[in-house]
Write a protein that binds this ligand. Structure first.
Ligand code: DGL
Length: 266
């Protein structure tokens, strides 16, 4: 049986790439809701309905567990999905606020996410739990999703957008930048070039995949695969050799490259 991954678009491929490299004994199905991306500017109700449809499709494909590889869908819909699919592990991804705050000392933490993630109660609750000293600032970055979907990862437009968004923050004060949207992982090189050397850039990939591995083992449903991946575009199969399958391969290798950029002390 396979492990399903879901994202509004191609952002979750960064998490899938991490899973394939670190849990290679599983087969995967990745559902990209390309017909409806972006999610970050939708309402929580719309996201619940779209995500329910996607996870239902992954269940029909015979998935034994589903990873919501989207911070936005996790914040809007994870409780609803767990209620609807009680017999199957549904694992979400959240901005890595806890490791950032634990690591930061008295310096600040900047969390970049989509507008929905920034305004939903889930992130607020996470920050309230770990940020005793009010060190965390939030920054919505919706345009990065659009850039990632068209594979525009470098160049002036991307650089100017990120630089403009960071304008006004005293960057030297920040020990950590938390990437709270899976689409943002593709831009780590540009972000690193704009931040001070001492600012760590972190995301939730390792924590989420470790949690998945632990959950599968605990339920005795781990293994049995060989790292194969199939892709679904809003439910329709993307055949091997199709444009989307080729794009996904390019994005998997970009995701791996970006993971190799280690910054700061985390
Ligand atoms: N990749 C998604 C996330 O992690 C959502 C991007 C979007 O569709 O707005 O938040």
């Amino acid at each position: 049986m396979k492990v399903g991954f879901f994202d509004s678009g191609v952002g979750g491929i960064t998490l899938l790439s991490y899973a394939r490299d670190n849990a290679a004994g599983e087969d995967y199905v990745f559902y990209a809701d390309e017909d409806n991306v972006p999610y970050g500017t939708k309402t929580a109700e719309e996201i619940c309905a779209l995500t329910y449809r996607a996870v239902s499709c992954l269940v029909e494909c015979g998935c034994k567990a589903v990873v919501i590889a989207c911070n936005t869908a996790t914040s809007a819909a994870i409780e609803y999905l767990r209620y609807k699919f009680q017999d199957m592990p549904v694992i979400g991804i959240e901005p890595a606020v806890k490791p950032a705050v634990t690591h930061t000392g008295h310096r600040r933490v900047l969390v970049m996410a989509t507008p929905l993630t920034v305004r939903e109660a889930k992130l607020r609750q996470l920050i309230d739990r770990f940020d005793q000293e009010g060190q965390v600032d939030l920054l919505p970055m919706p345009e990065l999703v659009t850039f990632a979907e068209r594979e525009e990862f470098s160049g002036n437009r991307v650089r100017d957008y990120i630089a403009r968004s960071l304008d006004g923050f005293s960057l030297e004060e920040y020990s950590d930048l938390v990437l709270g949207c899976t689409h943002f992982n593709y831009f780590k090189d540009t972000m690193a070039s704009l931040l001070p050397e001492s600012t760590a850039i972190i995301d939730g990939s390792a924590g989420t995949v470790n949690h998945l591995v632990h959950m599968l083992k605990q339920r005795g449903i781990d293994g049995g695969g060989r790292g194969n991946v199939e892709f679904l575009i809003s439910g329709r199969p993307a055949l091997p050799g199709s444009d989307f399958a080729k794009k996904a391969e390019r994005l998997m290798s970009r995701a791996r490259e970006m993971r190799e950029i280690t910054r700061g002390t985390l």
